[in-house]
Design a protein around this ligand. Sequence first.
Ligand code: FAD
Ligand code: DHB
Length: 391
Amino acid sequence: MRTTVGIIGAGPAGLLLARLLHNAGIDSVVLESRDRAYVEHRQRAGILEQGTIDVLRAAGAGERMDREGLEHDGIELRFDRRRHRVDFPALTGGRSVMVYAQTEVCKDLIALQLKEGGPLLFEAEALAVEGAETDRPSIRFRHEGREDVLECDYVVGCDGFWGVARKAIPASLSQVFERTYPFGWLGILADVPPSHDELIYARHDRGFALLSMRSPSVSRLYLQVSADTDAGTWSDEQIWDELERRLETDDDWTLRRGPITQKSVTPMRSYVHEPMRHGRLFLAGDAAHIVPPTGAKGLNLAVGDVVTFARALVHQKETGSAELLDAYSANCLRRVWQAERFSYDMTTMLHRDPDATPFDLRLQLARLDRISSCRAAETDLALGYTGFPLD
Ligand code: FAD
Ligand code: DHB
């Protein structure tokens, strides 16, 4: 099999890239190791930045998002039993975010790809990327019990943190920057209308809590837990009790409880692999970098990478100049590091580190106090949350 761009992975990065290339008249093949149902139902991100919303619309993939997504103009910070609302449009010149789950973004892009785009093969596992330094890189993969080779002009590794693409970059050329956190998130889905119309990020002495949502009738909530927690050891009642404690305020706000339909624990890490390109192999999304989820940057960064790659390839086709492809890694990494910084700041400001000293805890409160009393500090948070520009 032969194509212009071989894409490994049908997460948001790989699927959106295939769509952008299709719209630009460039052919691609997507290889995805899992089946379609798995990709469409894996619970993950929920928040789309303004730039991501704009890209999905421009790619012709925003129709259902515009119908069913929930536009949010702010978030609430909770600390010391107080609440502080951050008003995004007022602070950023009109920017906002959208609650529209990653599962739905993937469903929309898969439907479009199967209807209009090039091949998207499920249960096709990439085994290795070969010849990245040559003009003819290829992907060795297994599909329907057979090994095959996809010959390409370019390979884009959109295969997430555990994928194979990154391994094709020689260790002597790789630099890894990494931090793991001594806690994780226990995430739940519950059949109950959200208890607030915007997201609530809560810092509490017992640990972080987040109230989010998937629709007007489905809540998504997270609790900071220790990294080795088995989600099954938390009963539904324990989860609601703990959420209630951490979200408590001095006014009459109450948390609505309902049946929990899903529970899982996510570890938290910051990770960046440099460079994001080796020869004709490009890494995009979680294959190259991970942020801790506080602040909802992961999916949005993946979108930024593939937009950058698609623009660079179109530029190369139109002008013959590889200038933007050559600048791909540096251009992406600038945005990646801003998101790493933002996610680190949000994480360390809001979570209870088991080794924190009383001094550290007071500093967390001082950072939150600063945001709620200084417009410049609040604006910085609002700009970071609604997203760093794509160009
Ligand atoms: P992935 O979604 O991981 O997709 C990679 C794909 O490659 C997968 O489908 C995988 O099956 C496939 N694959 C792997 N190996 C191979 C192989 N060898 N061959 C073929 N295919 C392969 N981000 C946000 O922006 N906002 C949020 O609110 C947010 N919340 C999150 C909450 C949780 C609980 C978690 C876990 C993550 C959250 N994130 C959030 C992060 C976000 O989900 C990821 O950053 C995003 O999925 C990255 O997309 P991707 O396409 O790069 O990688
Ligand atoms: C969600 C996830 C996040 O990481 C976040 O910061 C906000 C919302 C969510 O899954 O809804």
